[in-house]
Design a protein around this ligand. Sequence first.
Ligand code: TMP
Length: 308
Amino acid sequence: SSDHQKETQTMEHVVVDGSEVVVKDPQSLCHKISSIRLAGPEKLQVIADFDATLTKYWIDGRRGQSSHGLLRQGSPEYDEKRQKLYEYYHPLEFDPTIPLDQKAKLMEEWWGKSHALLVEGGLTYDAIKKSVTNSTIAFREGVVELFEFLEEKDVPVLVFSAGLADIIEEVFRQKLHRSFKNVRVVSNQMIFDQNGQLVSFKGKTIHVLNKNEHALDMAAPVHDRIDNVNGLNEDNSFVKKRTNVLLLGDHIGDLGMSDGLNYETRISVGFLNDNVENSLESYQKAFDVVYLNDTSMQGVVKLASQLC
Ligand code: TMP
């Protein structure tokens, strides 16, 4: 009917509470919301990217830093070496002419070299703490509300990043001043010796192009990772039984974060922070919901409350 058409059109691109949100197929979204709600919160999990998804893209007119970007390892020489790597590899990361398999090798190379420099340069846990204190990084408004709501409903959240787990955990501690028992960080984990000096990295490297592959093996509680190592497998199978997913990301590649799961219903939310004109169409196609203009997490809080 024309009424229905009108409703669809207005839902497609609307401003809700001051944030712009685009929903390409409102009917499909409504259907997914109903299915997830019907299955109940015990079937639901949230998988969220960290950088520029949970955190703000802009902070007081400056680009927010990533977990890699904020790190000052206490040796300018080594910071510079990692910066040189960034200048070489970052353009390759976004070069559309490099075939994916080749690009994956390049990314592996980058992460390998960068992690090696952190070890070689003698990174300490103290330097991580200082770096986070001095960083330009902030969570989006509403992240705490979202995590609290999900904690109340016993819905697990996997924070999934190709960055550095220890830094992300420190950001949680310093910026949120609390931990959430339902939140797990899945990212590259450091191993420190008794003197608090980095000696190696745990398990297989997660880089931008293999985020999907070893995800669940590395999940660990954000507040007491080390003590809970033995509980991991049990935890992971528990997460695998949660077949409905709310996925949050800022890159189309983030959709791969749920590849390890045989999900039944997935609602994907994309934050389109930059380059809106060129990317809106592909984001609209890829994500069920797209938020524009570096907006808050309030819309997602509302969405979550519709799910459970
Ligand atoms: P993600 O946070 O979206 O999962 O991706 C990690 C980003 O980290 C990726 O865009 C490349 C960047 N990066 C650095 O800035 N410095 C580094 O040394 C490495 C290995 C990655």
